[in-house]
Design a protein around this ligand. Structure first.
Ligand code: SF4
Ligand code: SF4
Length: 222
């Protein structure tokens, strides 16, 4: 799953996520809703839906709304056991969150008290997300965590930016934010909307730092 240290916004290594986009999948190569570039990346075994063993501490946390939605959506299909794992709020984990959500220090301390646990998606012994199947993510797009749907895009101060993991084919092809949006088949407004919903899922002001002209309605679940 996406790593909180994969987000210096000029970074780095395998995370774990697939971006939200129109359904342009190629059967047998990428999951529904994944950009075509993800099939290339996945064929190399470098999908961001894996984390290096030992790096689980830095996986992105899962909000109650997100795990509840996964349970509601997939309970009858996949069974419930082993989907989620507890992880401790370490100093490194908290430092990365503060970098990802600048200006939210007090709220983050409330949400993630030091050395208490939070939930993340579980991974297998190879570091692959439990929902990663041979054809990509087994979750329907609307049930995936918001960070999975955003990655490798992110928002800082209302502006869309991108993570830069070396192996990400979407980033390699897109090269910059307009190219990234083209590869993802989405728009800056849609990325800001998803990011706002991610913030809302954590009880953070969805529009904090966003110029009024760029604010979008972020209420509701989707
Ligand atoms: S191309 Fe990027 S977004 Fe797609 S699976 Fe690979 S790392 Fe993830
Ligand atoms: S939920 Fe799906 S998109 Fe997110 S990390 Fe797991 S396999 Fe990847």
């Amino acid at each position: 799953m996406p790593r909180t240290d994969d987000t210096s916004l000029r970074p780095a290594r395998a995370a774990c996520a697939r971006p939200d986009s129109a359904d342009r999948s190629q059967p047998g190569q990428a999951g529904p809703g994944d950009p075509a570039a993800c099939a290339v990346c996945g064929a190399r075994g470098e999908t961001c839906c894996r984390v290096e063993p030992g790096g689980e501490e830095f996986c992105f946390p899962l909000s109650p709304m997100e795990w509840e939605r996964i349970r509601e959506c997939m309970g009858a299909v996949l069974g419930e056991k082993g989907w989620f794992a507890e992880e401790i709020n370490t100093d490194g984990f908290l430092a990365n969150l503060r970098r990802l959500f600048p200006g939210c220090g007090a709220a983050l301390e409330r949400l993630f008290p030091a050395y208490r646990p939070h939930l993340r998606l579980a991974v297998d012994e190879t570091g692959a997300c439990v929902f990663l199947g041979p054809e990509g993510c087994r979750l329907p797009r609307e049930a995936r965590p918001y960070y999975c749907r955003l990655y490798p895009a992110w928002v800082v101060g209302g502006r869309v930016t991108l993570f830069t993991p070396e192996h990400c084919e979407v980033v390699a092809r897109g090269r910059n934010v307009p190219g990234l949006l083209r590869e993802l088949g989405t728009t800056a407004a849609e990325i800001r909307l998803l990011y706002g919903r991610l913030r809302l899922a954590w009880g953070l002001d969805p529009d904090e730092g966003t110029p009024p002209a760029q604010r979008a309605a972020t209420n509701g679940r989707s």
